[in-house]
Design a binder for this molecule. Structure first.
Ligand SMILES: Cc1ncc(COP(=O)(O)O)c(C=O)c1O
Length: 483
């Protein structure tokens, strides 16, 4: 039979009518209704509508509203996502061929910035905590690295992480400033911070110099919308703007910018109530799942601050390892049997992303599904074929193995720009990586160009493949290496 042509718009419209519930980004959960037809408000930089690259009028005012809302000195609308804010912030905070101190669990955008500026990278490794989740970057590790290497020009951390772990930004800022160094915080997952005490405080108010937030991840704002906040006088905004001009599209969408302005306005007018209701919904959900015995929902606030300084409760990190299920299996069951689309799965857990646009019905469906999975686990769902690293036997092992420390042979730019070749993964031990290997999501590299591939790396890639995780950088069992 001839395959029917699928068109993206038709597929999306049909999907929007389905009963599948979105526990994923964007934060508007497809529930915001615009009065205007998007085409009717889609313009270019015509008279009266300002220009984002040199904002003086309506867009300058809109950005000032964002700055006032978050208590930033200056805020920039980003229409290429947090990615463009990270590229600009790192570029502005470092010199060409300079040195950056970065968390090893940074998003790939940070690595790309290091590549573009030909930076030397020094890494900070997060502690590993419950379910194998990557925990905080400790202030002590920042201080130690700065003491050892006076060439470091800036520090960048991801806080919160994809899983909701927040580092002690206040203390880290105090340390970096003592060394006359800038602190950049990738708060892509924290645009909802600071509106209600149930959620952590934003790094903007804790002493960071530059903070990047994806509005689209956790707020009712369209995909690709983000903010770059300047929070101190330590950064030269002319240099920052030069890089924004390079990395941001020259045609920022007015439809997206109008949505951002609308979202900021909503937060200014009703943020307090909306976040209070949201906190109540989440508290009820956590109380409900407390009744489960085999399924566990991560409670970062119960961990010592040295592992999880603060936790973002909006991230529902759910493990059914006690039912004998891997993250991938739980993800599949929730989708196929219960119509619940998770944001992602990792070795041992799934991640449900929430926002204040979620409905009571969504939380109830998730709780009912988890209760049923647990009730049936002793019969239908236990997979006895699983290896010992799955399930309760080894909760923290997988992620620490996958994100192990690799031997660095060269800087990223040298390895990427050298001639490379594609070889069989089995033959790669001892070779130097010519490209990234990462799980997507979350987009954190487990292998960075310039790092030596060893038997452990190959075994880890095999383990990810076996767990059916979405691994990038290895295609048909072939990997890029430097010649
Ligand atoms: C921690 C982190 N930083 C940055 C980004 C990039 O954000 P954006 O997709 O808005 O460009 C992501 C995307 O997933 C992320 O998880």
């Amino acid at each position: 039979m001839e395959k029917r042509t699928e068109y993206l718009d038709e597929k999306l419209i049909a999907y929007a009518k389905s009963d599948i519930y979105p526990f994923h980004m964007p934060g508007h959960k497809r529930r915001v209704r615009e009065e205007a037809d998007p085409y009717a408000i889609d313009i270019t930089e015509i008279d009266g509508f300002d220009n984002l690259h040199d904002a003086e009028e309506i867009l300058a005012e809109a950005q000032q509203r964002a700055a006032a809302l978050y208590d930033a000195k200056k805020s920039y609308y980003l229409i290429n996502g947090s990615t463009c804010g990270i590229l600009s912030a790192v570029s502005a905070a470092t010199g060409r061929d300079g040195t950056i101190l970065m968390a090893r669990n940074c998003h790939k955008a940070v690595y790309h910035a290091a590549y573009l500026r030909n930076l030397k990278t020094r890494y900070l490794y997060p502690v590993i905590t419950r379910f194998g989740i990557q925990g905080v970057i400790t202030p002590e590790s920042v201080e130690e690295a700065l003491r050892e290497d006076p060439g470091i020009q800036a520090v960048i951390l991801t806080s919160p992480t994809y899983d909701g772990v927040v580092s002690d930004i206040g203390r880290i800022a105090e340390i970096t400033h003592r060394y006359q160094i800038l602190l950049i915080v990738d708060e892509a997952h924290g645009a909802h911070f600071g509106f209600d005490p149930y959620f952590p405080e934003t790094a903007v108010r804790l002493g960071a110099d530059l903070v990047i937030q994806s509005m689209h991840k956790t707020l009712p704002s369209m995909t690709q919308t983000a903010l770059l906040h300047v929070c101190s006088d330590r950064i030269d905004t002319r240099v920052l703007e030069r890089f924004l001009n390079i990395y941001e599209t020259s045609s920022p969408s007015y439809v997206l910018m109008a949505g951002m302005d609308r979202c900021i306005r909503l937060l200014m007018e009703k943020g307090t109530e909306l976040f209070a209701e949201y906190a109540t919904q989440l508290k009820t959900f956590y109380q409900n799942v407390d009744k489960l015995h085999k399924i566990e929902v991560f409670r970062g606030w119960e961990l010592p601050e040295t592992e999880c300084f603060r936790f973002d409760p909006s991230k529902l990190v759910i493990s059914a390892a006690g039912c004998g299920l891997t993250g991938q299996q739980l993800y599949q069951i929730l989708l196929e049997k219960y119509g619940l689309q998770m944001e992602m799965c990792s070795g041992e857990y799934v991640l449900a992303m929430t926002s204040f646009c979620d409905t009571g019905e969504g939380y109830e469906r998730l709780f009912a599904a988890l209760s049923e999975i647990e009730a049936e686990s002793s019969t239908a769902f236990i997979d006895t074929s699983m290896d010992a690293s799955v399930g309760g036997a080894d909760l923290t092992g997988f992620i620490s193995r996958v994100y192990k420390r690799n031997e660095k042979q060269s800087e990223i730019a040298q390895a990427v720009d050298l001639p490379g070749e594609e070889i069989d993964l089995v033959a790669a031990a001892g070779r130097i990586a010519g490209d990234y290997v990462y799980l997507y999501p979350p987009g954190i590299p487990l292998l960075v160009p310039g790092e030596r591939i060893d038997a452990g790396t190959i075994a880890n890639i095999r383990e990810c493949q076996k767990k059916n995780l979405n691994i990038k950088g290895v295609l048909n069992d072939r990997i890029n290496v430097v010649i």
